[in-house]
Write a protein that binds this ligand. Structure first.
Ligand code: SF4
Ligand code: SF4
Length: 401
């Protein structure tokens, strides 16, 4: 695609990156067919090719309007378009650049600003979010379907006894919503000869605020997390950093890129990204005793796992080896509608995508649904009575017999 970026951005790092991405796009439109919002709305501007064009216009200095912002807001950043694109267009990175610009050019109204500020303030603060969730659960009867049910107890966390050690991200909302996930991961890895450790002071990975277009605040969260992890990394005590939420994993694997222009952090960020693994990448399949007959399960692979990290089939292979029968899931590449804060900011589109995803997941008559991201888990469970859990919880139960 020919580009003529405006002088205000042409020679900035963002301008150069956006220009290189735009020039790769050949406007073929293959990506449009796999875009969930295009499937729902049927508008070219609610698909990747149209959004790329809108961002190009904005970067070339054309006026941007609330309509431009709306089409970008409706994008889930699921990156299904990246998996489909034959030219390797990094749509997600281009969207980050375009959204930041449009956010500056078209200020939001007071209500939208208030909601987004409240989300950016409360969600990354683990203690505050936990307190709000407990309060919400006390009055759950007033908001049926809105507040997640009380979580299953975490169970015992094995004492660190192995020479092989890995850090695990506790995260911001996951400890309150599903404390069992990390404890189950620690138990499973303990059986594989690996001790899992949570670093004190490690908080949000930064994805929440970054994807609310608060890029510098998001980067502050990233720097704080690097500071919390760095002592263990610098001492060479750990061989990997494990992610039990694929949304966080997708972001932390990009720290090297996201902090590339911060001279104080770029080297550390690149090292952290290189050490980061999804949980499914570190559990050796041969450590799982092969069995059969544990029940029919549908697996929802989050976009952040299959598109963001380009990891496919690993979770399913571990569960199959442990004895679960994986039911077929049509259109598995499509987003469930959770997408960070999207379910709150775009509730109608989000609910429609969830309805479609649950129909696909339940079409094979599973007894339960598993996924790999706390956002998808909570969102899907809000729409069905079929139990939804993290896959490692199921693996933990299977290994405990
Ligand atoms: S598939 Fe890739 S090259 Fe084709 S229009 Fe979409 S982003 Fe551009
Ligand atoms: S990231 Fe997802 S929703 Fe956004 S344009 Fe790409 S496929 Fe469509």
């Amino acid at each position: 695609m020919q580009t003529e970026l405006a002088a205000f951005i042409r020679d900035t790092p963002q301008g150069r990156e956006a220009d290189a991405i735009l020039r790769k796009c050949v406007h073929c439109g293959f990506c449009t067919a796999t875009c969930p919002t295009y499937q729902l709305l049927g508008d070219e501007l609610d698909g990747p090719r149209g959004r790329i064009y809108l961002i190009k216009q904005a970067l070339e200095g054309a006026p941007v309007t609330a309509k431009t912002r709306l089409h970008l807001d409706r994008c889930l950043t699921c990156r299904a378009c990246e998996s489909t694109c034959p030219s390797g267009v990094q749509y997600g990175r281009l969207a980050d650049i375009g959204r930041e610009l449009v956010e500056q050019r078209v200020p939001r109204g007071a209500w939208q600003r208030g909601v987004r500020a409240a989300l950016a303030f409360a969600l990354p603060r683990r203690v505050l979010f936990g307190a709000l969730l407990r309060l919400g659960r006390m009055f759950r009867f007033l908001f049926p379907g809105l507040v997640p049910a009380p979580a299953a107890p975490a169970g015992a966390w094995p004492a660190p006894r192995h020479a092989r050690r890995m850090l695990v991200l506790a995260g911001c909302v996951q400890p309150a919503l599903a404390p069992r996930i990390n404890a189950a991961a620690a138990r499973v890895l303990d059986r594989c000869g690996i001790s899992l450790i949570e670093a004190p002071g490690a908080g949000c990975c930064g994805a929440l605020r970054f994807h609310l277009n608060l890029h510098e605040q998001g980067r502050d969260d990233m720097r704080a997390l690097i500071d919390a992890w760095w002592p263990a990394v610098a001492r060479g005590e750990i061989e990997a950093i494990v992610m039990t939420a694929s949304g966080c994993g997708s972001t932390v694997k990009e720290y090297g890129h996201l902090l590339a222009h911060d001279p104080a952090y770029r080297d550390k960020a690149a090292r952290i990204s290189a050490l980061t693994r999804d949980l499914s990448e570190v559990i050796p399949a041969q450590a799982i005793p092969g069995r059969a007959g544990l029940g029919r399960i549908a697996c929802h692979s989050p976009c952040s796992l299959q598109h963001g990290q380009q990891l496919r089939g690993g979770v399913e292979a571990l569960l199959a080896r442990a004895g679960f029968e994986l039911t077929p899931v049509p259109d598995a590449h499509l987003c469930c509608g959770s997408a960070g804060t999207y379910s709150i900011l775009q509730p109608a589109l989000s609910r429609e995508l969830r309805t479609r995803k649950l129909a696909a997941l339940q079409s094979g008559m599973p007894v339960g649904i598993v996924t790999a991201n706390i956002g998808c888990l909570t969102h899907l469970q809000g729409g069905t009575s079929t139990p939804v859990c993290h896959w490692v919880e199921l693996l933990d139960e299977a290994l405990q017999g």
